[in-house]
Design a protein around this ligand. Structure first.
Ligand code: PLP
Length: 399
């Protein structure tokens, strides 16, 4: 009997290759043809993990920290996370997971039923949509324009809330816009949430330490809402530890217990060596944070200035993270040198990839078409080369 062909589960059926992966693969294919392609698509710092963190991991492995760790995370790391949180919390409220992504996945798996709604300001990080889809829940996007600073307004939040809303998912500083909510912005949103006690909040603060304006955690702005707030953070971006896969959540104990139950049946918890490394990252020297922040800021300034000098491109100045999210609406409708018309943001990114050998991600991947995302977590020399190439390609567009 012939083997039956593989059938995906209903939940997995909607999961597709992310646009970011699609673009990376297109760039790789061009590189294989011998073209010199620059990729400004990925979201990880180009700095190395600090040496004292690597040393701590080495010592942990040599010292025998190689058996199953507690599912919720080691007591030492959870205590360190609670101590540095910046607000009053207890280690029992902390879950350590395999990256901030798994914290989000645990939280949604533990709380969402089919039909439940999650309000997400757009543009938003692409994975939010996939994780929510996987839980058969509904992402309710609320478009936040460049004119609004890509920030959710209290009126837009109020209008999006229904009986089915379970979560508001805020990301500050944000990927892909780099927008940051001030304390006053967060307080204004909290005011709306106080009128809707069934709505819980996830504040994804993974870019906390890459910020060019004062950062405020949602719980600091609205301490009375801590009983229905999950803070998400980790070491990936701040300490250049994307490959160590280590993130955490801080929330109400009942939610955290449910997330630990989910995690217990998926990964059994984060790697013991990565937990030792994260402990060193939190307790060791922190001087790389301002140094790297200053380097990111210099690149941001350069990238924003160069993009704004291009005809048809408008680039707002982000307040954090390491992305810009400019509008390319002024280039849409123009003609390539071969006469064909640029139809939308994805077509613009295809043009830049093929004409300028630079990989960018179209705004539609983040729920806000008409824009593109450029990550500036790359060496300044590469950014300069890439910007010059994008500028030449944009100049070649005709009315
Ligand atoms: N949240 C946002 C907004 C991100 O941009 C990313 C990574 O790109 C993550 C979470 C995931 O972080 P981690 O590497 O800790 O899983």
């Amino acid at each position: 009997m012939p083997a039956a062909s593989f059938k995906r589960s209903r939940r997995a059926a909607s999961l597709s290759l992310s646009e970011i992966v699609r673009i990376s693969e297109a760039a790789r294919a061009l590189r294989a043809e011998g073209r010199d392609v620059l990729t400004f698509g990925t979201g990880e710092p180009d700095f190395p993990t600090p040496p004292h963190v690597i040393e701590a991991a080495h010592q942990a492995a040599l010292g025998g920290q190689t058996s199953y760790p507690p599912t919720q995370g080691t007591p030492e790391l959870r205590k360190a996370i609670a101590t540095q949180a910046g607000f009053d919390c207890d280690p029992a409220q902390v879950i350590v997971s395999t990256g901030a992504k798994q914290v989000l996945s645990n939280a949604f798996s533990a709380s969402l039923d089919p039909g439940d709604e999650v309000i997400v300001p757009a543009p938003y990080w692409t994975s939010y949509g996939d994780i929510i889809d996987f839980c058969e829940a509904t992402l309710v996007p609320v478009a936040c324009s460049a004119e609004e600073g890509f920030l959710l307004t209290p009126a837009a939040l109020e209008a999006a809330i229904t009986d089915k809303t379970r979560w508001l998912l805020l990301n500050t500083p944000g990927n892909p816009s780099g927008a940051m909510y001030s304390e006053a912005d967060l307080k204004a949103l909290a005011e709306v949430l106080r009128r809707h006690p069934h709505v819980w909040v996830i504040a994804d603060e993974i870019y906390q330490h890459i910020a060019y304006a004062p950062f405020t955690s949602f719980v600091v702005a609205a301490p009375d809402l801590a009983e229905r707030t999950l803070i998400v953070n980790g070491v990936s971006k701040a300490h250049a530890m994307t490959g160590w896969r280590l993130g955490w959540g801080i929330g109400p104990v009942d939610l955290v217990k449910a997330m630990v139950a989910v995690q217990g049946q998926s990964t059994s918890g984060a790697s013991s060596i990565s937990q030792a490394a994260a402990l060193a990252a939190l307790q060791g020297p922190q001087d790389h944070l301002p140094t790297r922040n200053a380097a990111f800021r210099e690149r941001r300034d350069r990238v924003v200035a160069a993009l704004n000098a291009m005809k048809g491109i408008e680039c707002p100045e982000p307040q954090g993270a390491f992305y810009v999210f400019p509008s390319c609406k002024g280039a849409i409708g123009k003609r390539r040198p071969d006469g064909s018309v640029i139809t939308d943001d994805a077509d613009f990114c295809d043009y830049i990839l093929n004409e300028a050998n630079v990989a960018l991600v179209p705004g539609r991947a983040f729920g806000l078409p008409g824009h593109f995302r450029l990550s500036y977590a790359y060496a300044m020399a590469d950014l300069e080369t890439g910007l010059a190439r994008i500028g030449t390609a944009v100049d070649a567009l005709a009315e």
